[in-house]
Ligand binder design. Sequence first.
Ligand code: FUL
Length: 499
Amino acid sequence: MNVTPALAVMMLAACACSMAGAVPPPAPYGAIPSKRQLARERMDLTAFLHFNMNTFTDKEWGYGDENPILFHPTAFNPDQIVSTLKRAGFKGVILTCKHHDGFCLWPTKATDHSVTHSSWMNGKGNVVKAISDACHRFHMKFGVYLSPWDRNNAAYGTPAYLPIYREQLRELLTEFGPIFEVWFDGANGGDGYYGGARETRQIDRTTYYHWPGTWQMVRRLQPGAAIFSDVGPDLRWVGNESGYAATTCWQTYDPVGPNGGPAAPGDSQYQTAGVGTENGEHWMPAECDVSIRPGWFYHADQDGSVKSPQDLMNLYFESVGRGALLLLNVPPDRQGQLAAPDVMAVTQFGKNLRKLFKVNLAASARLHASNVRGGDSAAYGPDNLVARQGRSYWATDDGIAQASLTVDFGRSVAVDVIRLREAISLGQRIRGFAIDVWENSAWHEVATGASIGNCRLVRLGTPTVTSRLRLRITKSDACIALAQFGVYAGAGLGTGVKP
Ligand code: FUL
């Protein structure tokens, strides 16, 4: 045998482990998440706050010539906004600090087009500070959206704009405490006011913003922040604004430009992002952004078109339930508060979600795995799948890529929803699974799927009464490392369209 230095280290490690009686953990497989990605993936549900000039002009995209005095919330209440979302179960909010029209919600020194020139609070208001302070008070994370496109700025389209954009970003990253996510929009260039020029300006989306340098700035000033764009680097846009990922959605993604070359925000084959790249080089989970209303900004005439709690539950299953993250936009109104229909919808949705996942029926069942790594049940046994805390998991021996887990409830239970999570710090390994229920003295397959990743929710369509359930991992690229198995009787809450 040709013993390379790396192999020698592995042999020594294996030897040391067996001498100590401990079974070594599975080696990571393929791309693995960074610490910041892992932290971000633990926040399944976050809220977008589209609140800016458009709220007051009743537009979706302002031209950039809006008079700053128009920004005038009559009863701005950051605590109402943040506490409502917190109670509903959201883990953080991302505020549109500047949308495409260029109006800045904080007193930036990089442009005059800001709250400083608004009539609101005599120009002394600061929405970014007020929302970020409320987030800190309510233990919510705070993130920023800073539109790269600026239809107000005279310099937009010339090299002079980049330092202005970066200065705005620097202010946001240094003046408002820890930031959990920076959201870079892909909408870029076109017609606008541009300091009075009122013309169309196109930019080269790949080179104009010097994205690697801009992202580097985020890394330096907020190392914990996840960077979102069409092409990551930490989170990818899912490729639609309707809030769903593909049924099979990989945590890895290798973005490609429209002509097969390098990709950039606003310049990628985004249609492929819903599925991602199986076995891709980059760990880059999908984020699904969607609005609770038809528009991103508040419009009074859409008060009757707010998504229902059941709509929101479906979105949760089609995003988080497919391994992606859900970023739900809940836009404040002209008072500067969340409107009553939105408050009702998110509050009820949050209650339903908590009720659905309150009791894991598998936690009181007998679990049996067809293979346990090294026979070490304490370290890698199936009971780890229902442990409430810690980062433990069920693992199989190296080379065992198919295995089953049997859950014996000891009585008949009505099963509605199943939740699976891989131990993603070891990479995405599983490529196929099936769920069987025990009926009339035989196993019957009731669901199959390919990707699991951070989270996979399986709805059985209608609650199924059974005393036993079986999970079969039918395909895996490396030995299995599964972190959670949850079985829930959702009292019909999870029922709906089967994934
Ligand atoms: C899009 C923007 O053009 C919309 O106005 C909105 O901000 C959405 C989240 O992203 O690209």
